[in-house]
Design a protein around this ligand. Structure first.
Ligand code: CU
Length: 147
């Protein structure tokens, strides 16, 4: 984090009510961060990250102080028809493009929940990409087991 350029800090400070012209071309929407179900320590997060800039961006990591680590996964169906997850090292979002983290596709697994990572608690994710850092804050929602 020490290697972040100063303008990133200014950009984050500018995320309040008034958006300067030099705002980040990256827009995050449809954020849903789900707390672990009882008996599990893994949460999951979904969101859409849009890149309105004219250069592609590369997302290299997600972090949160409430989880030991966050992995980027992609669910796919293998040749036997079994649903599997690959871990992704990075995610590229093309210029004027968007990437959805959704159930059944790319998604974020939040591993090793700390005691304060409960449904109803505020949670902040840091997103590290090639231009700096983005922050996403939300309330942890309860995860309803689905089968
Ligand atoms: Cu996963």
């Amino acid at each position: 984090m020490i290697r972040l350029p100063v303008w990133v800090i200014l950009l984050l400070a500018g995320l309040g009510a008034c958006q300067p012209d030099a705002e980040s071309p990256v827009v995050i929407s449809d954020v849903q961060i789900l707390a672990p179900i009882p008996g599990s320590s893994a949460g999951v997060a979904y969101m859409t990250i849009s890149n309105n800039g004219d250069a592609s961006i590369l997302i290299s990591a997600f972090r949160s102080s409430q989880f030991d680590r966050i992995e980027m996964h992609e669910t796919h169906i293998d040749a036997e028809g079994i649903s599997r997850m690959n871990q992704l090292g990075h995610v590229e979002i093309p210029a004027d493009g968007a990437t959805e983290f959704i159930a059944g596709g790319k998604h974020l697994m939040l591993m090793g929940a700390k005691p304060d990572a409960k449904a109803g608690s505020p949670v902040t994710l840091e997103i590290e990409y090639n231009e700096g850092l983005l922050l996403v804050s939300a309330t942890l929602q309860s995860r309803v087991p689905t089968e």
